[in-house]
Design a binder for this molecule. Structure first.
Ligand SMILES: NC(=O)c1ccc[n+]([C@@H]2O[C@H](COP(=O)([O-])OP(=O)(O)OC[C@H]3O[C@@H](n4cnc5c(N)ncnc54)[C@H](OP(=O)(O)O)[C@@H]3O)[C@@H](O)[C@H]2O)c1
Length: 280
């Protein structure tokens, strides 16, 4: 089991990683995590998995594997390629960040069911599948599996019903995985960001990102801030981290108040977030 550090100077902690594998590093939180790690450890072997190529330098040892992770066969091929790369990579631990994901705002049954099922494939299936395929190598080398969940994981989320449920899965699965891995050289961490400035809201069908206003006032962060907090949580050996104290209060209330009340209040707040006028 990697020894976590208790002080905030986490840069030294990351020298143990020789390889970092990030899904969805082409934008937003994944992109910020890669950049933050490269700043600390420029020689690390970065491997990004997403459909589009990141438009920034992945480092001298960086690779981009173009893959649609919602496609099980494509994921299997990418994992094979990753495993082959890992056999040639320098000694050291592996950091796997399962970050790719998307949401879809709207009311059932008006939503496109294929998109909802695709979301389940990406937000849930791909996380379990990629982790399972890489774990044997990680158990030999040591490492950390970071799963990007959300504050949406703490209560039902009307109008983002499927998305919130996928993130509850990721949070619970990650915490349980961490227990399964106790006594090994690998641990798991669930990161639960609140509203974060990225492409997420546009991809989810919001007309304008609900940032810095209404119910989200004071909760939103930049993806760089989420990445910084993620790295600190990794170095501190956390098994779960909700980004920011305001988000932590909301997550706490969401999990402690009667679920029927929380769902109703969530429905009222989320119904006010406007949909794009012409959905595809
Ligand atoms: N933004 C927020 O408010 C927020 C809050 C809590 C949690 N999160 C979570 O944070 C994670 C990152 O989201 P973000 O905010 O950074 O949004 P983003 O900017 O839209 O990034 C999403 C990433 O996922 C990748 N992706 C999407 N579909 C994919 C597919 N089929 N196969 C492989 N990769 C795919 C995208 O790359 P390509 O398009 O190039 O494939 C992109 O790099 C997600 O899991 C999201 O649920 C976001």
């Amino acid at each position: 089991m990697p020894t976590p550090t208790t002080n905030i100077k986490y840069s030294e902690y990351f020298t143990r990683f020789s390889v970092i594998i990030v899904t969805g590093g082409s934008s937003g939180i994944g992109c910020s995590i890669i950049k933050a790690i490269l700043k600390i450890r420029p020689q690390v072997h970065v491997c990004n998995l997403s459909r589009s190529k990141p438009d920034f330098f992945l480092g001298e040892n960086g690779t981009h594997l173009p893959v649609d992770l919602s496609n099980a066969q494509a994921l299997g091929e990418a994992a094979q390629s990753l495993k082959a790369r890992l056999t040639h990579a320098p000694k050291g631990e592996v950091l796997l960040v399962n970050n790719s994901g998307f949401g879809d705002y709207g009311r059932m049954p008006e939503l496109d069911i294929d998109k909802q099922l695709n979301m389940i494939d990406l937000n849930i299936r791909a996380v379990v599948d990629l982790t399972a395929r890489l774990l044997p190598t990680m158990l030999d080398r040591g490492g950390v599996v970071v799963n990007i969940a959300s504050t949406a994981a703490f209560q039902p989320t009307p109008f983002l019903a499927t998305y919130g449920a996928t993130k509850s899965f990721v949070r619970n699965w990650s915490l349980a995985l961490n227990e399964d891995l106790r006594g090994t050289k690998v641990r798991a961490l669930a990161i639960c960001p609140g509203p974060t400035r990225s492409n997420f809201f546009k991809a989810a069908g919001f007309k304008t990102p609900p940032m810095g206003r209404g119910a989200n006032k004071g909760l939103d962060m930049t993806s760089d801030e989420v990445a910084r907090r993620t790295l600190r949580a990794i170095a501190k050996g956390r098994s779960i981290h909700v980004t920011g104290w305001k988000n932590r209060c909301i997550a706490f209330l969401g999990s402690k108040l009667p679920i029927v009340v929380v769902t109703r209040v969530g429905g009222i707040i989320l119904s006010k977030m406007r949909l794009e006028e012409h959905r595809k």
